[in-house]
Ligand binder design. Structure first.
Ligand SMILES: [Zn+2]
Length: 148
């Protein structure tokens, strides 16, 4: 299944140093279509499409190059009108600028890039997905998105 919404780059283009689809050992199985956008720490994170915020976590202060930090990622999830979702991970601590239930527009800043969770260097983990159940950590399938 291909993503049907149009998704824009979730970081300012000038800040983008690279798109990494291979370095993370975590991008397998249901995370197959996730991408890592390499950008400096504190880079603004932008909504990739219009939608409604459904999850916000930004209270974690932990992260590093170990899978032990997997569940320590600060992240935001946005639901789009066609029931696809976008997820933004490794956000800086207490950087969220939106709340669950809030409507956002494409390009609107929602947080800042950090290093919470399992991450080797500052980057934004971005994925477009559909739910296959109700657990945001386990019940989803990522969708292929067009190269930005
Ligand atoms: Zn990633």
């Amino acid at each position: 299944m291909q993503a049907t919404n149009h998704y824009s780059l979730p970081v300012p283009k000038a800040a983008l140093q690279g798109i990494d689809r291979s370095s993370s050992p975590a991008h397998t199985g249901k995370l197959k279509h996730a991408v890592d956008l390499v950008v400096p720490y504190d880079t603004p994170v932008l909504a990739a499409a219009d939608g409604t915020v459904t999850f916000v976590r930004d209270d974690s202060e932990k992260g590093g190059p170990s899978i032990a930090f997997w569940y320590d990622s600060n992240f935001i999830v946005i639901q789009h009108p066609n029931m696809e979702y976008s997820r933004y991970d490794h956000l800086a601590t207490r950087s969220a600028m939106v709340k669950p239930g809030q409507q956002v527009k494409t390009g609107q800043q929602i947080a800042r890039v950090g290093t919470t969770g399992f991450t080797l260097l500052p980057h934004l983990h971005f994925q477009v997905f559909v739910f296959t159940g109700s657990n945001v950590w386990t019940d989803f399938e990522t969708l292929p998105i067009k190269t930005f």
